[in-house]
Write a protein that binds this ligand. Structure first.
Ligand code: PRP
Ligand code: URA
Length: 209
């Protein structure tokens, strides 16, 4: 599957940890650990695009040239499952701002319903990185991107772990100005709109619900 604004990240660490996430026999502790590993690899990949500013730094021996992030970044986890990726983001980008989007799919219709939203005010001047491990029908991320654009966001990147072709098509076509980065593109959705082969219900496996 390809789209101009889709990037599939390849890395041996991703393959290894994703296989453990997919395994139905993986313990909750291991699931949480490997969700963190995958999130960090994705975040390291996405921050290749971060702008840097030249700075001077004084080491114990001399003054020299250095570089630091010029971008102001806000991460937006899509509740609940996106929280699994938030800790990795806060570990790597320690003073990152955090916005929250609460969406829940109806178990019968798989249509996402918004139940919570709390965003920083100045989204127009920030790089917004949305965290949601599962992209299935695309309803949750389509709704999130629309909400962010309504708030003025101009630079938006979506970070997913497992994505289905249906969701990729919906998000990349509706938002050609948004970049979608994922660790895996799976085969399809089943009759219940779950990703196949996927890894099951991410939130339930991560939080033990
Ligand atoms: C899951 C997942 C995504 C969404 C993807 O959340 O975390 O947010 O489904 O499905 P979609 O692309 O069809 O919208 P869910 O609604 O199950 O809520 P949860 O994170 O609280 O478990
Ligand atoms: N949400 C999940 O957690 N898993 C899926 O397969 C689809 C939506």
């Amino acid at each position: 599957m390809s789209a101009a604004n889709l990037r599939v990240v390849e890395h041996p660490l991703l393959e290894h940890s994703l296989t453990i996430l997919r395994d139905q026999n993986t313990s909750r502790a291991d699931f949480r650990h490997h969700a963190g590993v995958v999130s960090k690899v994705l975040l390291i990949d996405v921050t290749r695009e971060a702008a840097l500013a030249d700075v001077r730094v004084t080491t114990p021996l001399a003054e020299t040239a250095g570089q630091q992030f010029a971008d102001r970044i806000v991460v937006v986890p899509v509740l609940r499952a996106g929280l699994a990726m938030l800790m990795a983001a806060q570990d790597l980008l320690i003073d990152v701002s955090v916005g929250f989007m609460g969406l829940e799919r109806d178990e019968e219709t798989a249509v996402a319903r918004e139940y919570y939203r709390n965003m920083p005010d100045d989204l127009a001047s920030q790089w917004v990185i949305v965290l949601d491990p599962m992209l299935a029908t695309g309803g949750s991320l389509d709704g999130t991107v629309c909400a962010l654009k309504d708030k003025g966001a101009q630079r938006i990147t979506l970070l997913c772990i497992v994505s289905a072709p249906e969701g990729i098509q919906r998000v990349t076509e509706n938002h050609p100005d948004v970049t979608l980065i994922t660790a895996a593109v799976d085969e399809r959705l089943d009759a219940n709109k779950f990703i196949v082969p996927g890894l099951g219900d991410f939130g339930d496996r991560y939080f033990g619900t």
